[in-house]
Design a protein around this ligand. Structure first.
Ligand code: SF4
Ligand code: SF4
Length: 145
C-alpha cells in the first residue's frame, strides 16, 4: 500500500512563520503526488535533495498550498521538525497522516514520537479523528492512550 496522496491545504491555514523548511525536502519525496505523476518515497523530478524545488516560482498550486503540521501547529515542538523526527505529518479531514522516512522506518516507534502519536490519536478521537502511519509497506492506525 502506498502513502496517501498529498492534499492541498491539508494542514490548515496557520503558518508559524518562524519555522522554515531549511534543507528538508520530505514533502517533495515521501508522498504520492498524482498531479506530478510522483509515486511515494520517490524524489520529485523537480527537486534537488537538500536544496528544494527547481521550479519554485511556477510550482503547482497543491505544492504552494501545502504545509506540513510542524509548520502549522505550535503543539509540535522542535523535535517534530521532519528531518529530526524522521517523519512528516499532515492533516486531511479527520485523518492525520504520518509518512515515515523509508531510511528510518522505525522512527515513529521510538520515543518521544510513539507517545506523541498516541497523544495525537487520543486528542483526535473525541472529534472523530484518527492517526495513520505509513512506514514502508506497513500501514498502522495509532491506538489512543
Ligand atoms: S515536510 Fe514540512 S518542513 Fe519539510 S519541506 Fe515539507 S513543508 Fe517544509
Ligand atoms: S514541484 Fe517542486 S514543490 Fe512540488 S513536489 Fe516537486 S519539487 Fe516539491
Amino acid at each position: 500500500m502506498t502513502a496517501q496522496p498529498l492534499n492541498p491545504n491539508a494542514s490548515g491555514a496557520t503558518d508559524l512563520t518562524s519555522r522554515t523548511c531549511g534543507t528538508c525536502t520530505f514533502c517533495c519525496n515521501l508522498p504520492d503526488i498524482e498531479a506530478l505523476d510522483k509515486p511515494a518515497n520517490t524524489l520529485c523530478r523537480h527537486c534537488v535533495e537538500e536544496k528544494g524545488c527547481t521550479i519554485y516560482d511556477t510550482r503547482p498550486k497543491l505544492c504552494r498550498d501545502f504545509l506540513c503540521l510542524w509548520h502549522t501547529s505550535d503543539t509540535l515542538g522542535p523535535e517534530w521538525q521532519p528531518q529530526t523526527a524522521g517523519m512528516m505529518i499532515y492533516r486531511q479531514g479527520p485523518q492525520t497522516t504520518v509518512l515515515v522516512d523509508p531510511t528510518r522506518p522505525d522512527a515513529f516507534s521510538r520515543e518521544p514520537y510513539a507517545s506523541g502519536l498516541r497523544q495525537m490519536a487520543a486528542d483526535a478521537e473525541p472529534l472523530g479523528g484518527y492517526v495513520i502511519v505509513f512506514a514502508g509497506d506497513a500501514v498502522t492506525k495509532v491506538k489512543a492512550r
